[in-house]
Design a protein around this ligand. Structure first.
Ligand SMILES: [Zn+2]
Length: 243
C-alpha cells in the first residue's frame, strides 16, 4: 500500500510539473514563427537537439509526432466523425496521449508491456481485445523492438475494424530489411541496427510485410508538396508513415 501511495504521489508530481511547464513554456518561447500541430501552440522556435530544431517546447513532440498528426488531418476524416471512435495507442507518448484523448467522441485506450503511462499492461503479440474493435490504431517505433513482429502486425490487423485506420511508424532505411536472429547482444544490435534495443532495421520491404498480413498500405510522407518554409515552421521531416 505504501508503495502504491508513493507511486501515485510521484505520478501526480510529474503531471503537476508538466502542467506547470506547459503554462510557463509559451512565455519563455514567446513568438509566432513556429507552430506545433500536436498541441496547437505558436512559439519562437523548437528546442534545439543535435544542432537542429527538434522538440516542441510546450508538449515535447518530436518531428515524427507532428508528421503523424498532419497525416491524420490529410488522410483520415475519422476524427471529424460525430460517432464514438475507438482509439488504441500502443506504447503511448505523453504528447500524443493528450492529443488523442482530448478529442471529442473518442474512447481512448493505451497499452504497453511496462510503461506507467499506459492505461493497460498488455503484450502487442497477444492483445486482449475483440476482433474488429478499433477505428484507429497508432503504433509508433514499436515493431522494431519485437522479435515476432509479424505476430504483432497480425494482432493489430485483427483488432482493427474493416475500413479503420492504423498508423504504423518505424525507423526505415533504403534497401531490404536487415535482420539476424543470431545477433542478440546490445553491442551487436547497436552495430547492426544502430540501436541496442532494436531487433531489426526495416527497409523498403516494410510495406510488403504489412500487406502480407492483410493491410492495405499507403506510404505517407508529411513533407510531400509542402514548401520548405512551411516545413520549418511546423517542424516536420520526411520520415515515411504507413497508414
Ligand atoms: Zn507541441
Amino acid at each position: 500500500m505504501r508503495t502504491l501511495e508513493a507511486l501515485i504521489k510521484r505520478l501526480l508530481s510529474v503531471e503537476a510539473l508538466r502542467r506547470l511547464w506547459q503554462g510557463v513554456a509559451p512565455r519563455l518561447f514567446y513568438g509566432n514563427d513556429r507552430y506545433c500541430v500536436v498541441c496547437c501552440r505558436h512559439f519562437r522556435r523548437f528546442v534545439i537537439r543535435r544542432g537542429r530544431e527538434h522538440l516542441c517546447p510546450v508538449c515535447f513532440s518530436e518531428p515524427r509526432h507532428r508528421n503523424a498528426i498532419l497525416c491524420l488531418g490529410r488522410h483520415a476524416p475519422l476524427f471529424s466523425s460525430t460517432g464514438l471512435l475507438r482509439v488504441l495507442h500502443v506504447a503511448p507518448e505523453l504528447c500524443m496521449m493528450d492529443n488523442f484523448s482530448s478529442r471529442s467522441h473518442v474512447d481512448y485506450v493505451s497499452i504497453d508491456l511496462s510503461s506507467r503511462l499506459a492505461r493497460e499492461r498488455m503484450d502487442l503479440r497477444r492483445l486482449q481485445f475483440p476482433d474488429e474493435h478499433f477505428d484507429f490504431i497508432y503504433c509508433s517505433h514499436v515493431l522494431e523492438h519485437i522479435r515476432e513482429d509479424r505476430q504483432a502486425m497480425s494482432e493489430l490487423f485483427r483488432v482493427l475494424k474493416v475500413g479503420g485506420l492504423a498508423l504504423v511508424i518505424v525507423p526505415i532505411r533504403t534497401g531490404p530489411t536487415i535482420e539476424d536472429p543470431a545477433v542478440t547482444s546490445p553491442e551487436e544490435r547497436k552495430a547492426l541496427y544502430h540501436h541496442p534495443d532494436h531487433v531489426r532495421c526495416y527497409g523498403d520491404d516494410f510495406k510488403e510485410r504489412l500487406e502480407a498480413i492483410g493491410f492495405q498500405v499507403a506510404r505517407h510522407v508529411a513533407t510531400t508538396g509542402m514548401p520548405e518554409a512551411e516545413r520549418r515552421r511546423q517542424g516536420i521531416n520526411s520520415e515515411p508513415l504507413f497508414p
